[in-house]
Design a protein around this ligand. Structure first.
Ligand code: PEP
Ligand code: MG
Length: 595
């Protein structure tokens, strides 16, 4: 009989393949006492294992080329930092020496100390980085124990008589960094891990590799046999095994449909995003780092609707200089070759802690409501002026707009504009070029700004709905807290009314309005948003073609009419995979919430 195990689906699609089960390294290792003269040799053995793992990273970097996705690079950088961390490396060496013990035991003891420190971190994203450290330690342990990496294991297994009729699906307790290389090289169809949550790096990795994955399966790797035929369904977050003929045929049909859909999607790249009734829709990209601009362009974006500048401030001890920031913004503007680029000023704080800025400040009781984003920039004018000068200088190179995050009302925009003027004066006195008519807009993501949008409009040239935060603040749901994730509801009537009212107010005033939260990249919401009057969508480039497909089959006028054709019911299963707790609203319900 077929079996199914549930976890959290990540990424796209469905995969049918044979399980390649990767055994985890054991942390339950015996302590071996050493003679004094054995200690140097033991320390050398530990150093050699670190070098092997370090070389694996170098190989991985080389394979990823010049511009790996920002998430992958950030992950690799973190692993490299950990690999040289004194608390893990120097302290393990010291332990081998002072306790005259084997390197494996010393490393595991040291890891447990580090793990305790991670457990006490409040920020869930940083807390989950413990899993990254654990994987690194696992890899070092495996090397010291002479265990094969995935690469040699695969080669060995290829020489055995295992079936090669289907692609491999990697099943592991967790995926080690060195295995990332193999996932790419050997073209795995997907992966399934026991550990992980939507913000853990395996999930981030799956998204950036465009592979289907299911994480958080608890103990799958102990259940599945090597080479067993399994199905991985990212949409429902399930892994299925012991397939019978009916189920197998069903899966083959779904895979064929998916292939066809993807082929059709690629053909849409060169088509303009226009609705059936000829309303042009702008499809813009959300970028975290300048290196991602080329991929966005390749995906066919019309420009950049959101450049999250705060990522330039992360993973470093001090904020980036004006010159460093100028280079980053210029790169985006130049890559976009005449297309509009919206740079959001520093949106630090809450889930995006910037240690270089938070060091020395008291830890806020409510990080999402604290001195962050524009509030911090107004409190630290020199920091803000440096960024504004860099952005303004890039505005001389192509169309660029400045967007202010977390605006709660007109006053912040008035103060920000004063500082923008001051930055312009500073550049003029240095004889540097910039766009004097640069457009200045606001993120509409705080309910007060959405409710009083009319009073804001006199102060801004454009607006962008940040629904990720607008939902969080409207529904009082911390978007990073997994215990309330099921209450995070994009289709809540309060949220839909705010979106509708902001779009209508902007339309009346002739002010450009876009939406750059995750909702924009979810095809199940495309018709709903068109029906609310939205004409500018900004999203992760990977979502662009699927949203374009929805647009091409939509009638803008009919969707906007109260008596028009009913909104298509969003594909609840698919949406629920990315956006938890979709209400079971019918199209009529959705209509009535916004009527
Ligand atoms: C948002 O809040 O919707 C948004 C786009 O910004 P971020 O996710 O960076 O807060
Ligand atoms: Mg936001």
């Amino acid at each position: 009989m077929a079996w199914a195990v549930s976890g959290i689906g990540v990424g796209e699609g469905l995969a049918l393949g044979r399980a390649w089960v990767l055994a985890p390294a054991s942390f339950d290792l015996p302590r071996r006492s050493l003679e004094q003269d054995q200690i140097p040799e033991e320390k050398a053995r530990f150093s050699a294992a670190l070098e092997v793992v370090s070389a694996e990273f170098d190989q991985l970097r080389a394979t990823l080329g010049q511009d790996p996705a920002a998430e992958v690079r950030a992950f690799l950088d973190l692993q490299s930092i950990v690999l040289h961390d004194p608390l893990l490396v120097d302290a393990t060496h010291a332990r081998i020496e002072t306790e005259a013990c084997n390197a494996e035991w010393a490393l595991v003891q040291q890891f447990e100390l580090v793990a305790e420190q991670f457990d006490s971190i409040e920020d869930p994203y940083l807390r989950e980085r413990k899993a990254d450290v654990q994987q690194l330690v696992e890899r070092v342990l495996k090397v010291m124990q002479g265990a094969e990496g995935l690469s040699s294991a695969l080669k060995q297994q290829r020489s055995q008589d295992l079936p090669v009729d289907l692609p491999w699906i990697l099943v592991a307790h967790d995926i080690a960094p060195s295995d990332m290389l193999l996932i790419r090289e050997h073209q795995f169809a997907g992966f399934a891990t026991d550990s992980g949550s939507p913000t853990a790096h395996t999930a981030i990795l799956a998204r950036s590799l465009g592979l289907p994955a299911v994480v958080g399966l608890q103990s799958l790797h102990g259940l599945v046999k090597q080479g067993e035929e399994i199905v991985l369904d990212a949409a429902s977050g399930t892994v299925l095994g012991s397939l019978d003929a009916g189920l197998r045929a069903d899966v083959h049909q779904r895979l064929a449909e998916e292939r066809l859909r993807n082929e059709r999607l690629k053909r849409l790249k060169s088509l303009a995003a226009v609705t059936l009734d000829q309303v042009p829709i702008s499809l813009l990209a959300n970028l975290d780092l300048p290196e991602d601009a080329q991929a966005a362009l390749d995906a066919g974006c019309d420009g950049v609707g959101l450049f999250r500048s705060e990522f330039l401030f992360m993973n470093r001890a001090t904020p980036p200089t004006e010159e460093e920031q100028f280079n980053a913004y210029s790169q985006v503007v130049q890559t976009m070759a005449g297309r509009s680029v919206t740079i959001r000023t520093l949106d630090s704080g809450a889930d995006k802690d910037v240690p270089a800025l938070s060091a020395g400040r008291q830890i806020p009781t409510n990080p999402a409501l604290a001195l962050r984003a524009i509030r911090l920039c107004l409190a630290e004018p020199e920091l803000f002026l440096t960024q504004l000068r860099a952005i303004l200088r890039a505005s001389a190179l192509g169309p660029l707009r400045i967007m202010i995050p977390l605006v709660s009302g007109p006053q912040e925009v008035v103060l920000a504009r004063r500082l923008i003027q001051q930055a312009m004066d500073q550049l003029s006195s240095r004889g540097l070029a910039f766009d004097r008519a640069v457009r200045i807009g606001a993120m509409i993501e705080v309910p007060s700004a959405a409710i009083t949008i009319d009073s804001l409009l006199a102060h801004i040239d454009f607006a962008s709905l940040g629904t990720n935060d607008l939902i969080q603040y409207t529904l009082a749901i911390d978007r990073t807290d997994s215990e309330v994730a099921h209450l995070y509801e994009p289709l809540h009537p309060a949220v839909l009314r705010l979106i509708r009212d902001v779009i209508k107010a902007c339309d009346r005033a002739g002010t450009s309005i876009s939406l750059c939260g995750e909702m924009a990249g979810e095809p199940g919401f495309t018709q709903l948003l068109l029906g609310l009057g939205l004409r500018e969508f900004s999203m992760h480039p990977i979502e662009l073609l699927r949203v374009k497909q929805e647009i091409l089959r939509s009638d803008f006028a009919a969707l906007s009419r109260p008596t028009g054709r009913l909104l298509r019911l969003p594909d609840a299963k698919r949406i629920r995979a990315g956006l938890p707790n979709l209400s079971k609203s019918s199209p009529q319900d959705l209509r009535s919430t916004t009527a």
